[in-house]
Design a protein around this ligand. Structure first.
Ligand SMILES: Cc1cc2nc3c(=O)[nH]c(=O)nc-3n(C[C@H](O)[C@H](O)[C@H](O)COP(=O)(O)OP(=O)(O)OC[C@H]3O[C@@H](n4cnc5c(N)ncnc54)[C@H](O)[C@@H]3O)c2cc1C
Length: 458
């Protein structure tokens, strides 16, 4: 399908995480004549595949190889080291392209908004994840692993990833692509006890069973749950008994094995992970440096599957000098577009972006996490991208009579502004050097952790 004047549909995709690539793939598969530019603020592509997915889960990161095939299609141009909103504005892009698709992800952690959150030692998950994954924006941060115990707030897979990085033997982590400077600090860790705390119960925890189970397999580490946490109330039992609630059932079986590890005299030669339920964080305490966290015990109200958490005045204090909050993410704001404050996404109606008056902005779309929120697995973004492309195709008659200059003019524009953009071939050079450096250290790659070092490489 061509547009009326046989000009290709010019599409700029902003963000090169999986969603950005999947939007490109769906456009290529749609039969439309199209030219696609993928703009990425970092020199390197892949978004959270490179900078979020746990470094000790390297197999998962191999999905980037399927994204390379998309990037290497002649109708696709990758331009890294170009930040939209800084190096080029949205209105400038709109003059060059028919369609902009925002796939900028959600990388900022949500805040709990409680007292003491800015104390030294309290870290939003995104900071720690970015740091141990070598993201250039987080390398100046410092984490103090000299404390005996750490507290992780949140009961999802991000919390488990952090827990594993803190609990895994350093020699195991050395086989991952955690940068050497982070490994050096982690190798000095004195953390022996990790509390993994959630405000709801075991049936409502968002862990996937594979990750939960993996925690119990860590060498020289014991995962325990106090037996009281598995004494279910009537509504929770109903939720567990529901035939379709498979993940809860599978998780519950793993929780039961962790219950059997519970003892009042733990083996101090091993690291201990305690999974705590029904505790809502109330305040971080300490004088500049975090010393403990106060939680209020919670209870449930309401029918099964619609139970809401009600905090009580019954307080519990958990000591610890290091805390990580894993309670959700937010997307970045762009001029002229609005953020859905509840979901942290770019406000959109069925993938079409809307302005502050709630009106659809013609030619602007979104896909991936920043469209629907931080949920699902990498493959979920593929369906999400296809859905977005379906809407673009539906709107095609609005664009067919216009001509757009696309990447040629964009490149001239970037050159005129002296912006050193990175092509996909340039990225492949960086990639090869990282892999080579890694091989010398017996790991999959040694990442460059600054933009300047990546650029110097090409
Ligand atoms: C800690 C963690 C672990 C995870 N582990 C797994 C896992 O094991 N398995 C799994 O299936 N999923 C996992 N996920 C989920 C998976 O990473 C996401 O589903 C996926 O990355 C979302 O893709 P996205 O393209 O929407 O966003 P992202 O991957 O975040 O990509 C967004 C891209 O946009 C770029 N960008 C942002 N702003 C701009 C701008 N202004 N201009 C240009 N570019 C910009 C960013 O640099 C980034 O490259 C994990 C997520 C996290 C946070």
């Amino acid at each position: 399908m061509n547009n009326a004047n046989n000009h290709p549909l010019q599409v700029a995709i902003i963000g090169s995480g999986p969603s950005g690539f999947y939007v490109a793939e769906a456009l290529l598969n749609s039969g439309i004549s199209t030219e696609i530019t993928i703009l990425e603020k970092l020199p390197c592509p892949y978004g959270l595949i490179r900078y979020g997915v746990a470094p000790d889960h390297q197999k998962l990161k191999n999905v980037s190889q399927t994204l390379d095939v998309i990037a290497e299609n002649p109708s696709v141009t990758y331009l890294g080291n170009v930040e939209v909103g800084k190096d080029i504005q949205i209105n400038e892009l709109m003059q060059l392209y028919h369609v902009l698709v925002f796939t900028t992800g959600m990388t900022k952690s949500s805040q709990l908004g409680i007292e003491g959150e800015s104390l030294i030692g309290v870290h939003p998950s995104s900071n720690f994840i970015g740091w141990y994954n070598g993201h250039p924006d987080y390398q100046s941060l410092r984490f103090d692993f000299t404390h005996d115990s750490a507290v992780i707030i949140g009961h999802g897979n991000v919390a488990i990833d952090i827990c594993r990085v803190l609990a895994k033997p350093i020699d195991e982590l050395r086989k991952s692509d955690i940068p050497e400077q982070a490994l050096d600090l982690l190798s000095q860790s004195k953390i022996n006890h990790i509390n993994l705390v959630g405000r709801r119960g075991p049936i409502q925890a968002k862990f996937t069973t594979k990750e939960l189970h993996e925690l119990g397999k860590l060498e020289n580490c014991s995962v325990a749950i106090h037996p009281k946490h598995l004494e279910l109330g009537e509504k929770c039992q109903q939720e567990l008994d529901e035939i379709s609630n498979l993940i809860a059932k599978k998780n519950h079986r793993v929780f039961e094995t962790y219950r059997s590890n519970f003892t009042t005299t733990p083996d101090t030669s091993k690291k201990q992970i305690s999974i705590e339920f029904m505790l809502n964080p109330k305040a971080f305490q300490g004088d500049k440096q975090l010393q403990s966290i106060v939680f209020e015990k919670t209870r449930f109200e309401g029918p099964a599957f619609k139970q809401v958490v009600i905090p009580s005045n019954d307080l519990v204090e958990i000591p610890g000098g290091l805390a990580f909050t894993c309670v959700g993410f937010n997307g970045s704001q762009f001029a002229g577009l609005t953020i859905d404050n509840k979901k942290g996404t770019l406000s959109n109606i069925n993938s079409r972006l809307i302005n502050e008056h709630g009106e659809i902005v013609p030619g602007m779309y979104t896909a991936g996490w920043v469209k629907r929120g931080p949920n699902g697995v990498i493959g979920t973004n593929r369906e999400c991208a296809q859905d977005t492309v379906n809407q673009i195709i539906e709107d095609m008659p609005e664009f067919v009579h216009q001509f757009a200059y696309g990447k040629k003019s964009l490149i001239e524009h970037l050159q005129a502004k002296n912006i050193q953009f990175v092509t996909f071939n340039d990225w492949k050079v960086i990639d090869a050097v990282e892999v080579e450096l890694g091989q010398k250290l017996g790991k999959p790659r040694e990442k460059f952790t600054s933009v300047s070092s990546m650029l110097a490489c090409i």
